[in-house]
Design a protein around this ligand. Structure first.
Ligand code: CMP
Length: 223
């Protein structure tokens, strides 16, 4: 647990208090952990794997966040007593996840101000990203939104693989569309253009970014 960012400031004895209260479970790819509007009473921490946080409206879906090892979620309805889950959570890969019951999470938060501050800090970061998503959906056209999503994924999930920057997250064109607030056909078209311009390449369904600078210049920075 000391490798988990929100727990990094805690003392060994604080970690020893909380660690035994977590329950570990492994879920198959495509498991819904909870639905939007469910009444939940668990806080989640990812040990390994990827979890997609999204909302759906009939057949359309918007992805709000992609979380991986070290990330937590499900805190909103724990802290906002009486409120339901604000979004649906689903595993995109086999994932091992620790859960903590609401009462234990709450008590631990009350007793550990450092943890509350860390949670607040992460929440601010998520609010910034949500603001960015509002900005993009309001002001950017579809092409720019797709390009910005690819850029953001490269920044957040880029790893060096044989001297190339690879986005270490296997996503379908439909999932990229659900991140950018558009349709699959537009993603296919824009990715094709980026490949023709040799800014990216796709190999075994993984996206490699060859020119981050060129990618960056294709969408505007807010003033
Ligand atoms: P909760 O509302 O309990 O269940 C859904 C979870 O998704 C929520 O807690 C947060 O942990 C997470 N979540 C909801 N909206 C966002 C968002 N915009 N950005 C990042 N995470 C979110």
């Amino acid at each position: 647990l000391q490798n988990v960012p929100i727990f990094q400031d805690l003392s060994a004895s604080e970690l020893e208090t909380i660690a035994p209260l977590f329950v570990e479970r492994t879920y198959k790819k495509g498991t819904i952990l909870f639905f939007e509007a469910d009444l939940g009473d668990e806080f989640y921490l990812i040990q390994s794997g990827v979890v997609k946080i999204y909302r759906i409206d009939y057949s359309k879906e918007i992805i709000l966040a992609l979380f991986r090892e070290g990330d937590f979620f499900g805190e909103m309805s724990m802290i906002q007593k009486g409120l339901t889950r604000s979004a649906t959570a689903e595993t995109l890969e086999t994932s091992t996840i620790y859960t903590l019951m609401r009462s234990e999470f709450y008590q631990f938060l009350e007793r550990t101000p450092k943890l509350s501050l860390r949670l607040l800090e992460v929440t601010m970061e998520r609010l910034r990203k949500a603001n960015e998503q509002i900005y993009d959906l309001t002001f950017l056209d579809v092409r720019m939104r797709i390009i910005k999503v690819v850029h953001r994924l490269a920044v957040e999930h880029g790893v060096m693989k044989q001297g190339q920057l690879m986005i270490n997250m296997k996503l379908t064109h439909q999932q990229l569309a659900n991140l950018a607030g558009t349709v699959r056909e537009s993603v296919t078209k824009v990715l094709q253009e980026l490949q023709e311009d040799q800014i990216i390449s796709i190999h075994k369904k993984m996206i490699y970014v060859h020119n981050m600078e060129a990618l960056r210049k294709l969408f505007p920075t807010p003033a």
